[in-house]
Design a protein around this ligand. Sequence first.
Ligand SMILES: C[S@@+](CC[C@H](N)C(=O)[O-])C[C@H]1O[C@@H](n2cnc3c(N)ncnc32)[C@H](O)[C@@H]1O
Length: 259
Amino acid sequence: MDITFGDIQETALIPLAIKASETGRKNARIKDVKAKEIIDTLGVDVSKYDPFLSHEGVVARTLMFRNELKRLISQYPDAECINLGCGFDDKFSQVDNGKILWFDIDLPDQIEVRRKVYTDRDRCTMLPGSALDDKWTASIPKKDMTIVIMEGVLEYFQKDQVKTCLNMLCDSFEHGYLLAELHSPFLEKHGKHHDAVRHTNATFGWGTTSGKEYLNLEPRMSLVSETSYNDEMKKYSIRGKIFAIIGKNINNRLAVFKW
Ligand SMILES: C[S@@+](CC[C@H](N)C(=O)[O-])C[C@H]1O[C@@H](n2cnc3c(N)ncnc32)[C@H](O)[C@@H]1O
């Protein structure tokens, strides 16, 4: 299949490649059979997107986002969930409780490619839209609780774009949680050495040392928790343990915000 990706859109191949390769391993920590199927259907070469640290980071974040999302969904079983910048991710099938309403949102060209490998399901709908404007939110029914997931997306935004996105979410949805992947100023500066992203044309945007820095951009939000991926990565390998020490403040984090 002949497919061209935009610079940030191409980064969606990284978690896809890693989830597929982890699924094929003995004692796989995550199972994502759909990821392998997508790679085969699209016929893309993803071999360069699976180096050690990125592999461990994506496995860690997949587990951490899934667990946090399951916890929130058990608290709000009728919530509406929005995977903003969904790429090829299939979180809906990992967390569905039979009631939630789910929307997979990404840029129009990415949704076009996603439609080649996914169809809309009962309560799970794909929509083209940008995290930087609110046009798509008009198609989303208003619910009491909205849970927004931004995994591997805000990392590519400049500070003013992060602000636009946070303001847009609070303006569009009355109450919500945002599960966001945050990265450090170190990665912002040294992103061209990142073991997987350096194989793409994407560059990292505004990095933070704490999710509290987001609150200056959107005072309606509060920070509920913030956890380094090191906490998960160090469980699995000596290299993960060592990175948790030398890379103590530079690994990405899962931050949960509420408004
Ligand atoms: C690294 S991928 C992550 C994909 C997915 N969340 C995952 O974890 O597998 C980044 C995604 O963000 C999407 N993206 C970039 N800019 C965006 C924007 N302004 N609005 C919505 N999505 C965007 C890209 O198209 C891409 O699918």
